[in-house]
Ligand binder design. Structure first.
Ligand code: UDP
Length: 569
């Protein structure tokens, strides 16, 4: 097995089966075997025992060779009694006490199984509105979000990983200003990522410095006006302060809603990459591009990539089948649309090993080529599956029926953050630039792991400039820019998230979005000294280049960063 020591540590701590005393019941190979067996079993009605065994071996090899990994809940739970395999859920929050607390209960069940939940709070009546049954006044979406947050906090202690939530409020909700500033105090609502749901009308009003109307979701009546530019300024100001809220472009999510007859998309999963209908779940999986190089390491092996995409789509489609859903409503919706989200990890690593700077037009062109290829092949694989196993049950309600495009899955691609998967595979996460050439990672329970970028290490050895002393110096600042002892050419290629200007971050996100059915998880990093104007420019550029949302992070603006540069002493 190719797993690093760090990867084994993470897997042993949180992924491998254990008995009640905490003794391991399987090793890493056993975990991949368990997952491959469970996922391959979905083909039982289409093939014989030999066929299943062959498929199981294919799935096993693909994971054990670190070419493809399914999202964490699949690795943790496949072939085990819990059997909940999806990372992403969206739950509806209706404007009644029963429904609000029902959503809290459902979220708790999902968190317990390792999944994350997204909610739109836009249907809740605003603070101060009347409550008919009591004659009292409503406390509004933000106060209820705090209850969701507290429930998540409590479940955290028993779960395999901390529960994560996305909270969304529409820009025209009367409580929008409170929502924008509700995480001003960093210790509040800590188990939520927040995004403002923005509309095209709002963006136009902001551009022309006009007012826009607030709507009371309960009465559907106008509830006052705000100046759009001022509201955008408040979002920018808060995002500059501590990275939140992010924004999502609701109209864009719905333009790409392939089953509009089933409802409107109002929220995404916690990290923003997966827009879903209420009660929909999605399982993700990521191809490790760094393991898709040709034998001489000089190019991307497109034939191998095509083959891996095909197997990965088959794998993810089977996951829908063997998944045990936490609620009957989720079972129905998820099996109805059969959405899957295939993405990549190791993007920065492959760019570095091919000598392409992340912040270059060449990298953007390559992104278009690679993701275009993945999208095309993933859709082809879904079409082929449909021929054998049938189209997704809600196909007739989908836009594909009009086009005659017979697919097994309503969506096929998503770019996930791959926070843990990339650690297991030992490559750069998702499509992010290398965070630091060397850094300390805080994992659960404040354990520290020290990481040095493997591609850099190999390059330094090959080009004869490796020394322990140099690695230590680099670790102190994270970057090799202007670093004595590192050749200029290498400095240009091995750019880190902070060396890359915000514009290139957004351009890269937009390039991947062009070829992704769902959305792209990406953080646009800004230096500590960036101004609020820089944040505004990022928002506008993301809007103009067709991104579905954007999240920024200004270095040092939050007290506890998951990743720290310069932590190695
Ligand atoms: N997620 C979660 N809790 C976590 C990390 C992730 O619920 O601690 C969910 C969330 O929906 C997120 C998705 O998993 O958007 C994918 O995250 P990531 O790719 O980082 O997960 P991995 O599979 O690498 O663990």
């Amino acid at each position: 097995m190719k797993l690093s020591e760090n990867a084994v540590k993470v897997l042993e701590k949180r992924y491998l089966s254990k008995d009640e005393n905490g003794n391991l019941l399987e090793n890493c190979e056993g975990m991949f075997r368990r997952v491959a067996k469970a996922v391959a079993s979905a083909d039982a009605e289409y093939t014989d025992e030999k066929g299943i065994a062959k498929l199981e071996q294919e799935f096993f090899d693909m994971m054990a060779d670190l070419e493809f990994l399914p999202n964490s809940p699949t690795l943790m739970n496949a072939g085990r009694p819990l059997g909940q395999l999806s990372a992403c859920f969206v739950l509806p929050v209706e404007d009644t006490m029963e429904d609000i607390f029902e959503a809290i209960k459902n979220a708790a069940l999902i968190h317990k199984s390792g999944g994350g939940t997204g909610f739109s709070f836009s249907r809740l009546r605003p603070k101060g509105a009347t409550v008919n049954s009591t004659g009292g006044v409503a406390s509004g979406p933000i106060s209820f979000m705090k209850v969701f947050n507290a429930a998540t906090e409590a479940v955290k202690q028993g779960g395999t990983r901390r529960g994560a939530n996305m909270g969304i409020l529409r820009i025209d909700h009367p409580d929008i200003l409170d929502f924008i500033s509700c995480k001003k105090d960093n210790s509040e609502i800590t188990n939520f990522n927040l995004s403002v749901g923005i509309t095209e009308d709002f963006m136009k009003a902001a551009e022309h410095n006009l007012e826009y109307e607030l709507i009371d979701p309960k009465t559907k009546l106008p509830a006052g006006k705000l100046n759009a530019k001022n509201v955008l300024d408040s979002i920018v100001e808060m995002a500059w302060k501590n990275g939140e809220p992010g924004i999502i472009f609701l109209d864009r999510l719905n333009k790409d809603n392939v089953v509009p007859k089933l409802g409107e998309i109002e929220s995404t999963n916690p990290c923003g990459e997966q827009p879903l209908l209420p009660y929909e779940a999605c399982n993700l999986g990521s191809i490790n591009l760094y393991n898709m190089l040709t034998d001489d390491g000089k190019a991307l092996n497109f034939a191998k990539l095509a083959e891996t995409v095909k197997k990965a789509v088959h794998f993810l489609d089977n996951v829908i089948e063997v998944n045990k859903y936490p609620l009957p409503e989720i079972d129905k919706m998820t099996r109805g649309t059969r959405k899957i989200g295939l993405g990549i990890m190791g993007w920065a690593d492959i760019l570095c090993s091919l000598g392409i700077p992340y912040n270059s037009q060449k990298a953007i062109d390559f992104a278009d080529k690679v993701m275009g290829f993945i999208q095309e092949n993933a859709q082809k694989a879904s079409r082929e599956l449909a021929e054998i196993k049938g189209v997704f049950p809600y196909y007739e309600d989908s836009v594909f029926a009009d086009r005659g495009l017979r697919l097994r899955n309503a969506t096929v691609t998503t770019i996930a953050p791959t926070g843990t998967l990339s650690l297991i595979a030992g490559v750069s996460s998702g499509i992010e630039p290398i965070f630091a050439i060397s850094y300390i990672r805080n994992v659960m329970d404040n354990n520290e792991l020290i990481e040095v970028n493997q591609v850099f290490r190999e390059t330094a050895v090959r080009e004869n400039f490796y020394s322990d002393e140099l690695m230590r110096r680099i670790a102190r600042v994270g970057t090799v820019r202007d670093m004595e002892g590192v050749p200029g050419k290498i400095q240009n290629i091995f750019v880190t998230a902070h060396d890359v200007s915000p514009e290139w971050h957004v351009k890269m996100q937009a390039a991947f979005q062009r070829h992704t059915d769902n959305a792209v998880s990406k953080t646009v990093n800004l230096g500590h000294t960036a101004a609020t104007d820089d944040v505004r420019e990022v928002f506008i550029l993301a809007y103009k280049t067709g991104c579905k949302g954007v999240t920024i992070y200004r270095d040092g603006s939050r007290d506890l960063q998951v990743l720290n540069i310069g932590g190695v002493k």
